[in-house]
Design a protein around this ligand. Structure first.
Ligand SMILES: [Zn+2]
Ligand SMILES: [Zn+2]
Length: 140
């Protein structure tokens, strides 16, 4: 199956897709981000894997000094991927979960995905920004 990878900038609200470049391998996106992307050098950048729609999101390595402006994640040396289905669940936990649930997800690989990041990704996740995530009904 063919996927393409695009860089997402979360320093915008909502997040924007940097549509100038489309990658066929995630490593190419990672190295472009590490090298600095024009106009987004200090931005919070993620990698989206699309098989249309978006199916996975990667938090790129945050180790080099060139990424010191990187605001919303702790240091890690590999790209951390997560299926978007987990991000939708996580957003629901941030919004409606108990404190215990929120602490539990904070102790997993989902810790890369703060509420603010998810909120900015809402268009890509197909989630309404202002509605509680646990509404019943079939409006999606
Ligand atoms: Zn940017
Ligand atoms: Zn991260």
């Amino acid at each position: 199956m063919s996927s393409v990878y695009r860089v997402l900038c979360l320093s915008h609200d909502p997040a924007i897709i940097l549509s100038e470049v489309e990658y066929h391998r995630p490593e190419a996106a990672v190295s472009d981000i590490a090298a600095g992307i024009d106009g987004h050098a200090e931005c919070d950048l993620l990698i989206g894997r699309y098989s249309y729609p978006l199916i996975e999101v990667g938090c790129p390595p945050a180790t080099g000094p060139e990424r010191s402006g990187r605001p919303r994640c702790s240091t890690h040396s590999t790209t951390e991927w997560v299926d978007v289905a987990w991000l939708r669940i996580l957003l629901a936990v941030h919004r409606n979960g108990t404190k215990e649930m929120q602490e539990l997800v904070g102790a997993t690989q989902l810790r890369h995905w703060s509420y603010e990041r998810l909120r900015r990704l809402r268009d890509e996740l197909g989630i309404d920004a202002d509605e509680p995530a646990d509404q019943s009904g079939e409006g999606r």
